[in-house]
Write a new protein. Structure first.
Length: 346
């Protein structure tokens, strides 16, 4: 029996609509193919802004947009990712908000085992989060040695254990089953933690005031300089733990941030951005750009752009600026209070 022309047309329309709907459903959510700006916030609450990579879409407060009256917490510090989830560390509230990285809908809150959490990384279903604990003060002289790493089971979003460091701890990276942790204030060592044994290994001497740390092709790149000694980029070859340094000239004292992108090292001094090849042995003193902002508080290089965040006055909304790799301003965004970092959701 032959199908009528009318029935054939109806079937064709149905197939077209079905295929079109499948295409529409390819999107994971409104926050893919873009970047988040983490806004530390004031004494009240922080926020997370979002921009698409082409700047055509912008959401000033993605967390509130997705979750209504739920509060993300005070003094937002860091975002790290695992699969389709993002983990937002609110250091002032001792909580990590677990959200879908593409919709920003809240999945869970991790709120035990944390004391001033700072930065996190993921390895084999576990998160490892540095905790500043009680901080140093005249009333707490042990505050420089009571920091620890919290171990979190990401399958259950629960705190499992802690790794005591007997030192201060801040930024960290993971490589081949080991954590490498910077001590920004009172030590000249890079801490090394064996994840399997949850124990400290012999530290690596790199010099004091270490802060930014990145890993690329088996080498750690660590920036020293925000808090005292002459600024340096320290390179640690992980295969043999050998250390080499690029010491900056006096004109570049007080270096602030470092990032690695396409085999180049980008670093900041004041509101200026510089770059050198990873193989370089000397620092460049010729800035790519010098931004007109109050205080540089966040920095990243990705997607052929340089991203800068202005701290503002920590009371009112501030700005983020996106430049080309040659220093041409591409976009200015009004974000939340105290923007301190950029996180890419490609």
């Amino acid at each position: 029996m032959k199908l009528s022309k009318l029935l054939l047309i109806a079937l064709s329309v149905s197939l077209f609509v079905s295929c079109s709907n499948d295409d529409d459903n390819d999107s994971k959510g409104q926050y893919e193919n873009g970047f988040f700006i983490l806004n530390e916030g004031s004494a009240d609450v922080g926020s997370v802004s979002f921009s698409s990579n082409d700047f055509s879409a912008f959401t000033k407060d993605a967390y509130t947009t997705a979750n209504g009256n739920d509060l993300v917490g005070k003094y937002l510090q860091n975002i790290f990712f695992d699969g389709d989830r993002a983990y937002i560390i609110a250091g002032g509230s001792n909580v990590i908000n677990v959200v879908n990285r593409y919709t920003f809908k809240l999945i869970a809150k991790i709120d035990s085992g944390l004391a001033n959490p700072r930065y996190g990384v993921v390895k084999d279903g576990k998160a490892y989060v540095t905790n500043a604990n009680t901080y140093f003060s005249a009333k707490n002289p042990n505050g420089n040695t009571d920091d620890y790493v919290a171990v979190i089971n990401l399958a259950t979003n629960t705190f499992e254990s802690k790794i005591n460091l007997n030192a201060t701890a801040n930024r960290l990276v993971e490589n081949n089953g080991k954590l490498y942790i910077t001590e920004p204030y009172n030590n000249d060592k890079l801490l090394v933690v064996n994840i399997a044994t949850k124990a400290l290994e012999a530290p690596i001497t790199i010099g004091s005031s270490a802060d930014s740390i990145e890993e690329d092709n088996g080498t750690l790149y660590i920036l020293r300089g925000p808090y005292g000694d002459r600024s340096e980029i320290v390179k640690v070859k992980l295969a043999d733990k050998s250390v080499s340094k690029i010491t900056f000239p006096e004109s570049l004292d007080g270096a602030g941030f470092l990032d690695i992108y396409q085999n180049k090292i980008y670093y900041t001094v004041g509101n200026s951005v510089y770059s050198i090849a990873e193989s370089a042995t000397e620092a460049s003193t010729t800035a790519i750009l010098t931004a007109n902002l109050g205080y540089l508080y966040g920095f990243a290089v990705n997607n052929n752009h340089i991203y800068l965040a202005d701290s503002g006055d920590y009371k009112a909304d501030s700005k983020a600026y996106i430049y080309s790799l040659t220093g041409s301003l591409q976009k200015e965004l009004t974000v939340g209070v105290g923007p301190n970092g950029f996180y890419f959701n490609d």
